[in-house]
Design a binder for this molecule. Structure first.
Ligand SMILES: Cc1ncc(COP(=O)(O)O)c(C=O)c1O
Length: 397
């Protein structure tokens, strides 16, 4: 069955959830508990059914089955857990799988709060982490220790879009008894399926492209059933399973995921081409371009340049704040927002948001300058988008 069809028809939930009414759209079950009339019914519910909202919920189950179909086609032993946010999926998974004395190697180019999960949160419980520039796998090899249990990276790192060679990193992790955990938020399984390339765990902030409508916060984690069954009881204790309402919204959102994300990735590739040829932009970070420093890895991971990611970053030809303000104000559709992956194209300015805490010199070493904008590309008409940037760029002259 093709993915488009599977997303519309994959609805796995425990028996009894809606087998009498057979609704066309999956219903929203907000109930915090499910009732039983006899001890044998209670036992049956505990064994196979629904009891309490934090333990199990039909909307969460249906959503988890959609995500497994997306992230792990043909991989029989995989399953998914759905969490209250992307951060909940990361912290609950790490907190369930690692223990005091374990060591993690983490890409130095990573979402700031994920970095804090290692540096500020789990360091307090004796889990050690080393930040490494993963552009060169040799740096990772040099950082491996006998107690290294995990290598952690994003498929496309925020905001510079740096990649890792997933099959090579998976091999390295496995040769050293470690797990490769990857964040697929910027790409989604429509673009790439890290588990099919050898990664052991894939997480996403579904708040972004997966939901796509900028109106719900959720996270997910897909891995082997063994890992899932280790994390599941801990998710109960961390209290991080997702509420049914955002799950229900996400079930609806996912049914059109391939339409939205394919258009976003296509628009991004076209916009990247336009930026590359416009004198107001001095650098474009998008793996579809021949100028992308890790173009060889991009070609290994993707066969279609128009199906890589709806995210990119650009560096303008000025760092003059007054000019940049005029450029931003002149944009008609494109606008600033502290999120990504929505239907409308949005900008983010790393120096005043995600990387504002870092000294300018350190940021520049990472390729992040005051002239940099991260662009999350929406589903607008491609030419409308290009025209919007074109007319606003005039303010930079
Ligand atoms: C790459 C990445 N991972 C994880 C997260 C955390 O997701 P959430 O905000 O859903 O907790 C974000 C949030 O921006 C992100 O960009």
């Amino acid at each position: 069955m093709s993915l488009e069809t599977e997303l519309l028809y994959t609805r796995k939930y425990k028996d009894g959830a809606c087998n009498l009414l057979k609704p066309e759209a999956f219903p929203l079950y907000t109930a915090t508990a499910f009732t039983a009339n006899t001890l044998s019914e209670i036992k049956q519910a505990y064994a196979q059914g629904y009891t309490y909202i934090r333990t199990n919920n039909p909307d969460r189950d249906v959503l988890a089955s959609q995500i497994t179909a997306l992230e792990a086609p043909g991989l029989e032993d995989k399953d998914t857990l759905v969490f209250s946010s992307g951060m909940a999926s990361i912290s609950t998974t790490i907190g369930s799988l690692l223990k005091a004395g374990d060591h993690v190697i983490c890409n130095s180019r990573i979402y700031g709060e994920t970095f804090d999960v290692f540096g500020k949160m789990f360091s307090r419980f004796g889990i050690e982490s080393t930040l490494v520039n993963m552009d060169d796998i040799e740096n990772v090899k040099a950082a491996i220790k006998p107690n290294t249990k995990m290598i952690y990276a994003e498929v496309c790192a925020n905001p510079t879009m740096n990649l890792i060679d997933i099959p090579e990193f998976a091999k390295l992790a496995h040769e050293n008894g470690a797990l490769l955990m990857m964040d697929n938020t910027f790409t989604t399984a429509i673009s790439i399926k890290p588990l099919t390339l050898g990664a052991d765990i894939v997480i996403s902030s579904m708040t972004k492209f997966m939901n796509g409508h900028s109106d719900a916060i959720l996270g997910c984690m897909t891995a082997s059933k063994e890992i899932i069954e280790t994390v599941r009881p801990m998710r109960m204790l961390f209290g991080t399973p997702a509420d049914p309402f955002p799950c229900w919204m996400m079930i609806r959102g996912l049914e059109t995921l391939h339409l939205r994300v394919r258009k976003q990735m296509y628009n991004a590739a076209k916009l990247a081409e336009f930026f590359e040829n416009d004198p107001h932009v001095i650098k474009v970070n998008h793996p579809s371009l021949d100028s992308f420093p890790q173009r060889a890895i991009a070609k290994k991971l993707w066969s279609d340049d128009e199906a890589i990611s709806g995210m990119m970053s650009i560096i303008l030809n000025t760092e003059d704040e007054a000019k940049i303000d005029k450029f931003m104000a002149k944009l008609q559709y494109v606008h600033y927002a502290t999120t990504l992956g929505g239907l409308r194209t949005t900008l983010n300015h790393p120096c005043t948001s995600s990387h504002s805490h870092m000294p300018d010199a350190d940021r520049r070493k990472m390729g992040i300058t005051p002239g940099m904008f991260r662009v999350s590309v929406g589903i607008e008409d491609t030419q409308d988008l290009i025209n919007d940037f074109k007319q606003a760029f005039a303010e930079l002259d």
